[in-house]
Design a protein around this ligand. Sequence first.
Ligand code: NAG
Ligand code: NAG
Ligand code: NAG
Ligand code: NAG
Ligand code: NAG
Ligand code: NAG
Ligand code: NAG
Ligand code: NAG
Ligand code: NAG
Ligand code: NAG
Ligand code: NAG
Ligand code: NAG
Length: 511
Amino acid sequence: MNAYRTIVILGVLGTFSHVISIGNDDFVDACFGKEGDKPPHCEYIDFDDVFESSDIKFNWSFITKLTISNKRIIGIPTRMFESLPNLESFVVVNSLFYREIDPSSFVDCHKLEHVEITGTNISFLDTHLFPKTPNLKHLLFHHNRINAIKHDAFEFLVELEELNLSYNNLTNLQSGVFHKLKNLKTLDLNHNQLVLLSFDSWFPPDGIHSLAYLDASYNRIVELAWSEITVKKVNLKYNNLTSVHISGNCSELHVSYNTIESVTVGGNCSIEKLYLAHNAIRNFGDLRKCSETLRTLDISFNILQRRFDFLGMKQLTALNVECTNLTLEYTTLHDLRKLRFLDISYNNLKKIDFENLTSQRLLERLMISGNPIGNMSIESIKRNFPNLKALGIYDLPWNESSLSVAIEDLKKHDIKPYIKNDYLFEESLCPLRITRNFSGNGDDHEESAEQGSGGSKTVEYVVIVLLVVACCGLLTKVFIDSRYYGLIFRERGGHRSSISHESLVSCDLNA
Ligand SMILES: *[C@@H]1O[C@H](CO)[C@@H](O)[C@H](O)[C@H]1NC(C)=O
Ligand SMILES: *[C@@H]1O[C@H](CO)[C@@H](O)[C@H](O)[C@H]1NC(C)=O
Ligand SMILES: *[C@@H]1O[C@H](CO)[C@@H](O)[C@H](O)[C@H]1NC(C)=O
Ligand SMILES: *[C@@H]1O[C@H](CO)[C@@H](O)[C@H](O)[C@H]1NC(C)=O
Ligand SMILES: *[C@@H]1O[C@H](CO)[C@@H](O)[C@H](O)[C@H]1NC(C)=O
Ligand SMILES: *[C@@H]1O[C@H](CO)[C@@H](O)[C@H](O)[C@H]1NC(C)=O
Ligand SMILES: *[C@@H]1O[C@H](CO)[C@@H](O)[C@H](O)[C@H]1NC(C)=O
Ligand SMILES: *[C@@H]1O[C@H](CO)[C@@H](O)[C@H](O)[C@H]1NC(C)=O
Ligand SMILES: *[C@@H]1O[C@H](CO)[C@@H](O)[C@H](O)[C@H]1NC(C)=O
Ligand SMILES: *[C@@H]1O[C@H](CO)[C@@H](O)[C@H](O)[C@H]1NC(C)=O
Ligand SMILES: *[C@@H]1O[C@H](CO)[C@@H](O)[C@H](O)[C@H]1NC(C)=O
Ligand SMILES: *[C@@H]1O[C@H](CO)[C@@H](O)[C@H](O)[C@H]1NC(C)=O
């Protein structure tokens, strides 16, 4: 073994002895590029072994990827990456840092494209954090404790495409923080404590940016300082917004679970998918300005005070008006000839007058659960909706026998019944929910009085969940976070992992 080689390697190992406080039986996962006739491969390197023995098994300069997990890290030493000239990906997972990241660490990382530091206790991103990483495209800092970012932390990352700061402790971001990220396509800020979304000041003042997806859901945002929503897909679910103004060329906006009272629309609306569920909006009239483009609309769980109709909104293919106090009249849905998904559950509809729902020939899924509908002819449903494939009939004031008759009937007509447990119903939150009391408690609904004791339903549950899951690709989403430690992983609010109405609406039925 030549002396030079030994010196270099000892240098590197010395470096790593600072990086990792060795002591447990963990390994470092390293991937190597092509080395002579050896093809690219990955292997676990036991640092204890390597450090103790003089038998060097590999050449560091071929390392393309390093993954360090479950370590206590004293710090990434200055110029560590000099020894790793071919490193493309640097990952630290579930580890403790004794110091914040030193900005002088990441020098001479010309090939570095992917940096992932997640599940650690770093809390601060310093000035010029990546001064010499000209090819860095993916910077993932989710599941840390970051509460402060210097305004020039990302100054030199002109090639950066993805920045993930979700699951941190950010309360505000300084003006100019993303000024130089001209190629940023995805920005994820979900699960922080942000109060203000000052898009105009975070991004370049000329408004030119390439961002296509912004996620700032699960924060505490009360206001948007954003003159034109110029990002294609924006997720602001679970915040504290009280109003929203739709403008710019945004095509998909999620603002469910806020406290929005008013929705206004600027000129040239180009929104295609709009999710406004669980707010306090009383009037949706302005949305008519979006009738040329709007295809999916979810306004469920907003109680309308006046009659509302969807006249003119001809492009709608999916409409969720669950729990909105909607009344169904001839004009209500008349223009929606492209509709394929309709949810009118929990609207206190005593009967569903199919004569008022005759233009929905393409309808594939209809949800009528939770309405005090006494009887219903499945045949007339099939007649009016020849394409119907699924019907939601949960929480109707029907006794066991009439429910099973209806289910049999539906199956005969190739319609799948959605029953309880098939997907997540949110009926308990609906103020319009009818009390399921079959002995009659002054309900003006005639049929409810004639029911027997009822109540317990031993209905066979038809499992169509998988179909829906496949459609929405939810499975991957549900389990995605499982690799993070309880120690570091913190999540506000209990999230349910069942299939929600929103995900049903989200399926693109146009495809
Ligand atoms: C590792 O490989 C590179 C490229 O082949 C070579 O230049 C270098 O001398 C090698 N280093 C050692 C320590 O063998
Ligand atoms: C991370 O946690 C360790 C152990 O609790 C502590 O010593 C260290 O100072 C923390 N690091 C930072 C950057 O806060
Ligand atoms: C988040 O920041 C607040 C203060 O801003 C602090 O009290 C809290 O402990 C921090 N949480 C975590 C998980 O670091
Ligand atoms: C950011 O990371 C979180 C946590 O792993 C993940 O759920 C989310 O999908 C990521 N964001 C993007 C845009 O990929
Ligand atoms: C949206 O508008 C912004 C600024 O006007 C522009 O830079 C961007 O390319 C547009 N995006 C799309 C998808 O049209
Ligand atoms: C934001 O909304 C949550 C839940 O609705 C509420 O508990 C919290 O007090 C609100 N915070 C602010 C700052 O309005
Ligand atoms: C709408 O678009 C037209 C043509 O593209 C343009 O002339 C007009 O200024 C736009 N209006 C608004 C309010 O953006
Ligand atoms: C439902 O709408 C009617 C008018 O259509 C209104 O009188 C009633 O108060 C509304 N119900 C609720 C719970 O707001
Ligand atoms: C159907 O429409 C007619 C005319 O608008 C209305 O009188 C009737 O009440 C509607 N039926 C239902 C169930 O809403
Ligand atoms: C529902 O029952 C009423 C009487 O209770 C009857 O007049 C009506 O025709 C029935 N409707 C259907 C669709 O069976
Ligand atoms: C149904 O309503 C009656 C009359 O209000 C009441 O006595 C009875 O306890 C209720 N039954 C149930 C199961 O809630
Ligand atoms: C169930 O309801 C139907 C129609 O409302 C009625 O004809 C039947 O007698 C009821 N069955 C029982 C067991 O209460």
